[in-house]
Design a protein around this ligand. Structure first.
Ligand code: 13P
Length: 336
C-alpha cells in the first residue's frame, strides 16, 4: 500500500474516534439553515461550519471531517482556511467528490451518482488544498421491487471506479452505499437488500483492483423503514447489521464508519454502542461518520445567533464524546 494511504488510514482509524460529515451540498445545507430561519449565504455557511470545527477538544473524538468543495478553501474568521483550522488540531480534512444523483435510465426512478468525468484532476486539486480522503455516496431505495439488480450493479461499478481513481492519486476513498430508511420495509427486508448491495460492491471493488486495506466503508445500518409498523429493538438493529457485515465485508477492510441516515442522534449512538458491546472481536473497527446525528443538536441551539455559539459547540462536543464512547461499546442512555 502506498505510504500515503497507510498514513491516512492510521490517522483516521483511531480507537475511540470517528468522522464528522459536514459535506452537505449547497442545496442540502440550505435546507438545514432554513430549518432555523438562517439564510443560505456563503458567510452563514462559513460561520456555521467554523463553529463546529472549533468546538473545544473535538479532536479527542473526531479524526476526520468530510467537507464540501466550497469549505475546503474557505477562509475562517482567523484568516486560515477551514482545512488548516482542522489540520492544526490534528484532524484530517476530506472532500465529497460526487456530483449528486440523477435517475438511472431503464429503472423506476432509481438513482445513479454522477461525477467520474474529470475526477482525477479534481482530486489532484483537492489534494493540493489539503484533502487526504474523499467521499462518494451511492443511494438505493427499498421497495417491493427495488433495489433492482440493474441499480445495484451500476452503482457498485461506479463506486469502484471512483475508489480506483482515488487510490491512484494517494487519496483514501470513503465508499458509501446508502440504503435509504424511507418506506414501510421491515428489518429483514433491509437486511436482504443490504446484503445484496454490499456483496456487489465488494465484487466490483475487486474487479477494479482496489486495495481493501486502503478504503473506509461507510454503510447504512440494517434498520426498519421509517414508516414500518414494527419497531426493532436496539440490539436487533445492532445484531442484524453486524451479521450482514460479517457476511459481506472482507476482514482486510480496516474501518467501517456508519452514516446516520435520519436516525435520531441518541439512537444512532445507541446502535453503534450495542454493535461494539455485543461483538467485541470483529475484524474491522466499527465507528461513525455521522452528519445529522452529530450536528442536529448544535444546529438547533445555534439559530444563527452569536450568543448561542458556545452552547452549540458544547452540544457537538457532547455528541462526539458519546459516539466516541459508543465506538468502545461504552455508551449508556444515562450518559445523555
Ligand atoms: P447522515 O449521517 O446525516 O446520514 O449523513 C452522513 C452522510 O455523509 C451522508 O452522505
Amino acid at each position: 500500500m502506498s505510504s500515503e494511504l497507510r498514513d491516512t488510514i492510521a490517522a483516521i482509524a483511531v480507537p475511540g474516534k470517528g468522522i464528522l460529515a459536514a459535506d452537505e451540498s449547497l442545496n442540502t445545507i440550505g435546507k438545514r439553515l432554513a430549518s432555523i430561519n438562517v439564510e443560505n449565504t456563503e458567510q452563514n455557511r462559513r460561520d456555521y461550519r467554523e463553529m463546529l470545527f472549533t468546538s473545544p477538544d473535538i479532536h479527542q473524538y473526531i479524526s476526520g471531517v468530510i467537507l464540501f468543495e466550497e469549505t475546503l478553501s474557505q477562509a475562517s474568521s482567523s484568516g486560515n482556511t477551514l482545512a488548516e483550522v482542522l489540520n492544526q488540531q490534528g484532524i484530517l480534512p476530506g472532500i465529497k467528490v460526487d456530483k449528486g444523483l440523477v435517475d438511472l435510465a431503464n429503472t423506476s426512478a432509481e438513482k445513479i451518482t454522477q461525477g467520474l468525468d474529470g475526477l482525477k484532476d479534481r482530486l489532484l486539486d483537492y489534494k493540493k488544498l489539503g484533502a487526504r480522503f474523499a467521499k462518494w455516496r451511492a443511494v438505493f431505495n427499498i421497495s417491493a421491487t427495488t433495489p433492482s439488480l440493474r441499480a445495484i450493479e451500476a452503482n457498485a461499478h461506479t463506486l469502484a471506479r471512483y475508489a480506483a481513481i482515488c487510490q491512484d492519486v494517494g487519496i483514501v476513498p470513503i465508499v458509501e452505499p446508502e440504503l435509504l430508511m424511507d418506506g414501510k420495509h421491515d428489518l429483514k427486508r433491509c437486511q436482504i437488500a443490504t446484503e445484496n448491495v454490499l456483496q456487489e460492491v465488494f465484487h466490483q471493488l475487486n474487479l477494479q483492483g482496489i486495495l481493501l486495506e486502503g478504503i473506509i466503508l461507510k454503510p447504512s445500518m440494517v434498520i426498519q423503514g421509517s414508516e414500518c409498523q414494527t419497531q426493532a429493538s436496539v440490539d436487533e438493529v445492532a445484531n442484524a447489521t453486524v451479521s450482514t457485515l460479517l457476511r459481506t465485508v472482507p476482514a482486510a477492510v480496516p474501518t467501517i464508519n456508519f452514516l446516520s441516515g435520519g436516525q435520531s442522534a441518541e439512537l444512532a449512538t445507541a446502535h453503534l454502542s450495542a454493535m461494539n458491546r455485543n461483538h467485541p472481536n470483529l475484524p474491522w473497527q466499527l465507528s461513525f461518520s455521522y452528519g445529522r446525528a452529530l450536528q442536529a443538536p448544535s444546529l438547533t441551539i445555534w439559530q444563527g445567533d452569536i450568543r448561542n455559539v458556545e452552547a452549540a459547540k458544547q452540544a457537538l462536543h457532547k455528541r462526539a464524546k458519546l459516539n466516541g464512547a459508543a465506538t468502545q461499546g461504552q455508551y449508556e442512555a444515562s450518559m445523555e
